[in-house]
Design a protein around this ligand. Sequence first.
Ligand code: ZN
Length: 240
Amino acid sequence: MKYLILSDLHANQEALEAVLDDARGKYESIVCLGDLVDYGAEPNEIVEWTKRHVSAIIRGNHDKICVMDEPIENYHPAARASAEWTRKTLSAESRAYLENLPRGPLRIENFDIVHGSPTDEDEYLFVPSDATLTLDAISAPVTFFGHTHVQGGFLVTRSGSKMIAARGTLEIEPDHFYLLNPGSVGQPRDGDPRAAYAIYSPGERLIEYRRAGYDIAGAAGKILRAGLPESLAARLFNGT
Ligand code: ZN
């Protein structure tokens, strides 16, 4: 089985469509690491598509926040405005779907998926030392994570972990542990504004990191017309 690995779609329909075009014919099953909504202008459309096409999914922190009733006063103003807008824009059906998303880790075939880290769905894995600290919680040779919106990941060993550059195809070596990030479909933050994703073939032990250019102006225009913060539109052009 070949998997299309998606994370952090963030209600960006243009980016998702570009990824699906680019990935056509390369996979048999779609897996999602959470954060379907928030920041972008089309949360219901992304949830609808996910319901129909994704075969395995866990929740992200934004999926959780956007269906809670708790106050979010301590948030950065743009993040708060976006979460409030998403809360009022989600349909009853979308809300029900998001509320029922499972928390990771979730085992699929012989790999795991998590949103933040193997120990905590809200934790960020930015540097190799962050990855090393999760080693005791890793239970599969390959674990996919998202949340940082940075494509790449780590080769994890007890004596220290190594950063993996998101370049082309990575061969999975036996007897190693990998934490791999497909990058963000809808709001990349690694300096490359193109939508990020990965194709995983467990049988061939190969991960392919891919990017797809998309209609950023289209997605940004919808953000502005929805009355969402301007910074959320601007950052899409820079990939930050
Ligand atoms: Zn996210």
